[in-house]
Design a binder for this molecule. Structure first.
Ligand SMILES: NC(=O)C1=CN([C@@H]2O[C@H](COP(=O)(O)OP(=O)(O)OC[C@H]3O[C@@H](n4cnc5c(N)ncnc54)[C@H](O)[C@@H]3O)[C@@H](O)[C@H]2O)C=CC1
Ligand SMILES: O=C(O)[C@@H]1CCC=N1
Length: 282
C-alpha cells in the first residue's frame, strides 16, 4: 500500500464496480480526500460525498470539463464506465493525459482499442475485478503490455490489492477467462444461494433461517477450500458418506450434468466478453 500513499486517484464512473473498489481503498486506510469520482448521477455523487469523497458531475455546464479536470489532477485514473459508452466518455482525455496510469476495468475492451480511444496513449493496465472488492474479498485479474513499467505495474497491483487477491495474466485474451471465473462469478454464487434458499423454504424452513444456513455454508466451504491443503474434490469426498445423503444430492447434480451446465455458462460469459471486444474494435 506504500505505493498509494499520497497518490491522487480519479474514478471515471462511480457505479457498482467503482464503489466496490473505493470501499476497498478506504478500508485499507486511503484518505477519501485523495479520491475523485466523475459521475453524472446525482444520487451516486450524493452517496460519495457522504463518504467525504470528491464527486463531480461530468455533464455540468461549466467552462471546464469536470472529467478532464479529474484526469489532469490524478496520478491514477480508473475507467469504470460501461464498455459501450467508453469511447464517448474518454473522447477528450487525450489532451490531459501525460503521465497518469490508466486502469480500465471495462469488460472486453482491449488495451489496443482503448489506446486508440485515448488518442494513442499507452500507459494502460487492464483489470477485471469483482464486486466482493467492497468487503476486501475481491479477486482481480490484471494485464499489462510489456512496455508498461514495473513501477506502474506495482502501482496497479497495489491499488487493486486493497480490495483482495490480484493475479496477473500474461496474455490479454486470458482476461476473457478471468471474467468467466471471477469477474462475473459472484453472480453465479448468488444465484446458487437464491436457488438453495427457495428449495429449503419449500422443504419447510423459514426463509431467514434458510438464508442464514445457506450463506454460512457457502462462507465455510469457500474458506475451507482456500485454507485447506486438499483439493475441492477431496473436500467434497469427505462430506460424502457412502450411500448417504450427500451422495444422493451429488448423484442428482451429476445426472443433471452440473459440470456441463457450469462449463456452458462460463463459455457464454467468455464468448460475450470476446464479442464486446470485437464490437468495440475499430
Ligand atoms: N459490476 C461488476 O461486477 C463488474 C463490472 N466491471 C466493469 O465495470 C464497469 C462499470 O460497471 P458497473 O459499475 O457494474 O456499472 P454501473 O452502471 O453501476 O456504473 C457505471 C457508472 O458510469 C456512470 N457514467 C455514465 N456516463 C458517464 C460519464 N460520461 N462520465 C462518468 N461516468 C459516467 C453511470 O452514471 C454509472 O454510475 C463496466 O465496464 C464493467 O464491465 C468489471 C468487473 C465486475
Ligand atoms: O456483467 C458484466 O458485463 C460485468 C463485467 C463482469 C461483471 N459484470
Amino acid at each position: 500500500m506504500a505505493e498509494l500513499k499520497g497518490k491522487k486517484i480519479s474514478f471515471i464512473g462511480g457505479g457498482n464496480m467503482a464503489q466496490a473498489l473505493i470501499s476497498g481503498l478506504i478500508g485499507r486506510g486511503i484518505n477519501p480526500s485523495n479520491i475523485t469520482v466523475a459521475d453524472p448521477s446525482e444520487a451516486i455523487r450524493d452517496q460519495l460525498k457522504q463518504r467525504k469523497i470528491n464527486a463531480v458531475d461530468p455533464t455540468a455546464n461549466t467552462e471546464t470539463d469536470n472529467s478532464q479536470v479529474a484526469v489532469k489532477g490524478a496520478d491514477v485514473v480508473v475507467l469504470a464506465v460501461k464498455p459501450q459508452v467508453m469511447r464517448q466518455v474518454v473522447s477528450d482525455f487525450a489532451e490531459v493525459l501525460d503521465r497518469q496510469l490508466v486502469i480500465s476495468v471495462a469488460a472486453g475492451l482491449s488495451t489496443e482499442s482503448l489506446s486508440k480511444m485515448l488518442g494513442g496513449y499507452k500507459n494502460i493496465v487492464r483489470a477485471m475485478p469483482n464486486t466482493p472488492a467492497m468487503i476486501q474479498k475481491g479477486a482481480t485479474g490484471l494485464y499489462a503490455a510489456d512496455y508498461i513499467t514495473e513501477a506502474d505495474k506495482t502501482l496497479a497491483a497495489s491499488l487493486m490489492s486493497a480490495s483482495g487477491l490480484v493475479s496477473w495474466v500474461e496474455k490479454e485474451e486470458q482476461l476473457h477467462a478471468v471474467t468467466a471465473v471471477s469477474g462475473s462469478a459472484p453472480a453465479y454464487f448468488f444465484y446458487m444461494l437464491e436457488s438453495m434458499i427457495d428449495a429449503a423454504v419449500e422443504q419447510g424452513l423459514d426463509s431467514k433461517q434458510a438464508a442464514a444456513l445457506a450463506m454460512q455454508t457457502a462462507l465455510g466451504a469457500a474458506q475451507m477450500a482456500i485454507t485447506s491443503e486438499e483439493a475441492p474434490a477431496e473436500l467434497r469426498r469427505k462430506v460424502t458418506s457412502p450411500n448417504g445423503t450427500t451422495q444422493a444430492a451429488i448423484e442428482s447434480l451429476q445426472q443433471d450434468n452440473f459440470a456441463q451446465v457450469m462449463k456452458k455458462a462460463m463459455q457464454a460469459c467468455y464468448t460475450r466478453s470476446e464479442e464486446i471486444s470485437n464490437e468495440l474494435a475499430d
